[in-house]
Design a protein around this ligand. Sequence first.
Ligand SMILES: C[S@@+](CC[C@H](N)C(=O)[O-])C[C@H]1O[C@@H](n2cnc3c(N)ncnc32)[C@H](O)[C@@H]1O
Length: 411
Amino acid sequence: MGSLSDQDKDIDNVILGVSQLADGLPGGNQMSPCQQARLLEACDKLSSRLKNPEQGVAKLDFQWTNTTAVKIAIDMGIFDLATSRAPEDLTVEDIASSAGADPVLVERIMRSLIISGLFSATPRNTYQAHPGAKALSSQGSMQHMVAFIHDITACVSQKLPEFLAKTHYRNPNSCTEGPFQYTFNTTDQFYTWLQKRPGFHASFNGMMKATERMDVRWTDIFPAAARFATFCGPQAAGVLRLVDVAGGTGHNIQDLVNTLPDLQAQFTLQDLPEVVAHWGVRGEAQVEVMAHDIFQPQPVPGAHVYILKRILHNWPDKECRRILGHLRDAMAPHSILLIHDRVFPDGAAGLAQSDVSVDLAMMMLCGSMERSEAQFRTLFASVGLKLVKVWRGQAASQSQDGVVEVVLAEE
Ligand SMILES: C[S@@+](CC[C@H](N)C(=O)[O-])C[C@H]1O[C@@H](n2cnc3c(N)ncnc32)[C@H](O)[C@@H]1O
């Protein structure tokens, strides 16, 4: 065998270095979010450049089967069993007897979970659970996400090509006649449909709760201390009045309280009744909790700040105009409206996997989309609002998250 070229040696060194780094990094949580994002981006780039075209395309099928295996493992109670045991203690027989399953089937499912990085096989013929397996147990946060993707998003995704062909490849822009309605044979908008199905609604809300931990915090993007000082600093001598519109269970308010614990503020949290029933903000914060429909007039006029986080991307332009119109009517000249969504660039460069996946998920579920700055400007102008600035984080994430600051347009 000939001697290794310099390039072969370099590659061997990279392989060794990456492998050592991976062995020393059980969860990646020790890194700063920025460093983690940059490393993930570099790994994704390397991984896609290394594959030949066929391998790159085949990966799509492989991802699909892995998600299905995770759903089956949740149903079989594999993640719960793993987290109730000492690490490295799980055998095929344990799982088979606990789930009443065929050991051969168990072995096949476990192979996929190993490939997905949820378990590893030990030399003693047992399985060692990794942190992701715990996140998929009933005590973790990710079961709802897998269930929702499997039961809802994947069904719409299967029907999407047929729907788009039938509608002659028009860009979906209806929340009552879109791919979701075509798949589930309904004319209900996505959230209306969920409200009539408490099981799926709970699963969706659980998924939203799970994404809080992965999501970019608006307080990491928007300079709250500096901007809010103008509302409640010494000159204004006031208490900040902030309304989180369709704010889920209150994590955006919690993020602000954690970031500025001494802020004098009166918060209002609004969402659907079933959602705000589970609200929770820790600490001393004054929070008024209110069931409120975003398509009805805003009941808190003249607040300093209104927030819409991950709301406008759920709705086509027509519905966004109604939501924004009610906020415009409630806003005073001093009010600002903060919209936290992805703000896409004009071209395709710079987009992360999560950006494009969420955009297509919005198309499938809500007939809506992620918007560019220009699309936001046009939308606001159509209802008498004006975009002042798009705030971006300091490369804290790979995504295109931005907080758009909006005010009343001058008469
Ligand atoms: C994608 S979630 C975002 C929740 C929250 N803003 C956050 O950042 O986590 C969309 C939210 O809109 C709420 N929602 C949907 N339709 C609504 C309506 N008609 N009125 C009020 N809230 C609504 C949902 O219950 C859900 O909590």
